[in-house]
Every structure is written in C-alpha cells, then in structure tokens.
Design a protein around this ligand. Structure first.
Ligand code: GRF
Length: 188
C-alpha cells in the first residue's frame, strides 16, 4: 500500500510511522508527506527520512476545493492508496473525501467522542478526568467524528502537569497509530 501522511506541525507521529513501517517490514510505504505549513518542523523530518514532500500555503489557492484538487493530483501521480492524517490541522473537504472513501484515517489525542477539536489533551486535563487516551478513526465530513478504528486509554496521574501528560499521550499515539495500521493492512 502506498501511503501519504498529512501533517501541519511538529511531525512526531509522521516520523514514528515512517520508522515503524520500515522496521515492521509491512507491505506499505510512505511515498509522500503533504504539509500545509511551509515552515513546519515536519518538513525537516521528511528531508532527513528521505520522504518526498508536497507543501503549499493554503492562501495561495482560491478555496479548499482548489487546494485539495492540487493535492489530489499529486496523490494520484504517486499512486497513493491510503491517507493518514497526523496532526493535520485542516478539515478535509469533499474533494479528498470522495477520492479516498474509507481510505482516510486520523489520530486524535483523546478518547472520542470526548474532547474533540484542536485541544484534546488540554481539554481533558482541564476537565480533571482521571483518564484520557488516544483514538484512531476514519475521517468523515465532521471534526473528529468518523467511525472509530482503535482506542487506548492513558491515565492522568495526580502528579501530572500538561507536559507530562502530553508526553504520555504522544508515546501512546506513536505506538497505537502504527499498530492500527499494521492490523488494518493485515485485514485487507
Ligand atoms: C497529535 O497529538 C495528534 O493526535 C494531533 O496533533 C498532534 C500532532 O503531533 N492531531 P505531531 O505533529 O505528530 O508531533
């Protein structure tokens, strides 16, 4: 399976997926990073890992359809079959949803349907719950609302601050995203 990863920022999940896929020797290959933030750190990671990149600022396009049409043409040229969102901070529009039905997956740093949106870790921490977690799910037209593929809980300890909790969440994310992908590929 040829995979594209979409990311907007740091890219720790991107790196974990690229390295994990190589180590696991699964029948998959990350053939492209799509990044909507031309200054993002994930671009440096892609360069170090020798992963091809498509990057452009959203405001260079007239609207979401034009932006996604440009991405889609790159995906099709590279034969991409599966899209993994990993910290991609844009809602996927109809152009990509229709081109990749059931082939668009996202990771969210909370136990959906709890704490959707941009601040899943912070919102769970602020709510004072004793556990939160990580969700892998199919993407639909909503925000963090598609069918759930896998979830893993992460405890919030009384001694935690936001930094220690974030670190635990990210470690869990890196493992769960790879494990979910491996399972998914095995079932196809
Ligand atoms: C992750 O917490 C992911 O769940 C969320 O954005 C964050 C991206 O982190 N959607 P990174 O860029 O992969 O380090």
């Amino acid at each position: 399976k040829k995979i594209a990863i979409f990311a907007s920022g740091n890219g720790s999940n991107f790196q974990a997926l690229v390295e994990g896929i190589k180590q696991q020797q699964v029948a998959a290959q990350v053939v492209l990073l799509v990044c909507d933030q031309p200054q993002a750190y994930v671009l440096q990671r892609a360069q170090q890992l020798a992963i091809p990149v498509w990057t452009a600022a959203f405001n260079q396009f007239s609207d979401k359809a034009a932006f996604e049409t440009a991405i889609l043409s790159e995906l099709q040229q590279r034969g991409v079959e599966l899209i993994l969102l990993a910290g991609y901070m844009r809602i996927i529009g109809p152009t990509l949803l229709q081109a990749y039905p059931q082939r668009l997956i996202n990771i969210h740093p909370a136990l959906l349907p709890n704490f959707p949106g941009r601040h899943g870790i912070e919102d769970a921490f602020a709510a004072g719950v004793t556990e939160t977690g990580v969700t892998i799910h199919y993407v639909d037209a909503g925000i963090d609302s598609g069918p759930i593929i896998a979830q893993q809980t992460v405890p919030i300890k009384p001694s935690d601050d936001l930094a220690s909790l974030s670190q635990r969440i990210h470690q869990t994310e890196h493992r769960l995203y790879l494990a979910s992908l491996v399972k998914l590929l095995a079932n196809q």
